[in-house]
Design a binder for this molecule. Structure first.
Ligand SMILES: [Zn+2]
Length: 311
């Protein structure tokens, strides 16, 4: 199977790792609707997934096969359940040349800083994800500063999810998600990005609905980047007409090509890697006349530099 831009090495900066512990956690949350002796099977059927639910390394191996088939050189795995960074670490440790990973941290927990240090120093993960709307904090609150300090000491990037937050598996299970979008404005990041100029902050999905706010922060803070992941359907919520091509054009103008990281937001099998996301974005960038060098940076070079990945 071939992809467009076959001579541009691709590092996907945003792929979810739906490990066995992730699957078991959601099977438990939805257990009332599944057979008592087969909640995991019930969940997999509901989601239409065929996933290994026993061994994170088997899932990692499946991703490696997928990467080989689609010609993807590396992936940054997003830990997708709060307590699950060990699963991601097992995948990364098994395939260190192909996989790297983020730990998901809730700064309102006392042990957040300890978990960051362990994730980096012992588990070898390369970034931290924060979800202010899900975990109920302002990213610039004084009580979150120790977390930013720990991240700065670890010299890793911080991914902060702003804007609309939809988690497909929660919706499918009928779980009520009281994510507080009032905590989801990228402008909250401005004082933090100024206080930690050596930390790179990554805002996924171009701000996921807060596009203008993302641009405002990024215009003021050179250490703020975006990832381009997903189909970016937040565009449909904008009160004015906007296309992904216009989003890219403006982002290139304000942030420049060195602060844009391609991501697919791939999640599960049998779907695997979301090649259609890549194809749409590659076509847009070619239409915009982006140079080969900038394409190489957006589709991989920036991630290698920012996460300090080996080649
Ligand atoms: Zn995602």
């Amino acid at each position: 199977m071939t992809r467009p831009l076959p001579d541009v090495p691709v590092v996907d900066a945003h792929v979810h790792f739906f490990s066995p512990d992730f699957i078991a956690a959601y099977a438990a949350l939805g257990k009332a609707q599944f057979p008592p002796d087969d909640a995991i099977g019930g969940l997999l059927r509901l989601m239409g997934w065929d996933m290994d639910f026993t061994d994170p390394v088997a899932l990692a191996t499946r991703w490696i096969r997928e990467m080989d088939e689609r010609q993807i050189s590396r992936m940054m795995l997003v830990t997708s359940w709060l307590w699950d960074e060990e699963s991601t670490a097992r995948a990364v440790q098994t395939y260190p040349d192909r996989l790297s990973g983020y730990a998901m941290i809730n700064p309102t927990q006392d042990i957040a800083e300890t978990r960051i240090r362990r994730a980096v120093n012992e588990l070898g993960l390369k970034g931290v994800t924060l979800f202010p709307a899900m975990h109920g904090f302002h990213v610039d609150a004084p009580e979150v500063y120790p977390v930013h300090e720990a991240i700065a000491q670890a010299k890793i990037p911080t991914f902060v999810h702003f804007g609309l937050l939809k988690i497909g598996i929660r919706d499918k299970l009928g779980l009520v998600s009281k994510f507080d979008l009032r905590l989801s404005n990228p402008l909250d990041l401005l004082p933090v990005a100024k206080d930690f100029p050596d930390t790179t902050f990554i805002i996924p999905h171009f701000g996921c609905g807060y596009f203008h706010e993302m641009l405002m922060v990024a215009a003021q803070c050179p250490n703020v980047c975006v990832d381009t992941s997903s189909s970016n359907s937040w565009i449909d919520l904008m009160p004015y007409s906007l296309t992904l091509k216009e989003v890219y054009k403006k982002t290139l103008a304000v942030l420049g090509p060195d602060r844009i990281l391609f991501g697919s937001d791939s999640t599960a099998f049998p779907k695997g890697w979301r090649q259609e996301v890549f194809e749409a974005q590659a076509a847009i960038l070619q239409d915009l006349g982006v140079s080969k060098e900038d394409l190489e940076n957006i589709f991989g070079g920036n991630a290698i530099r920012i996460f300090k990945l080996a080649g």
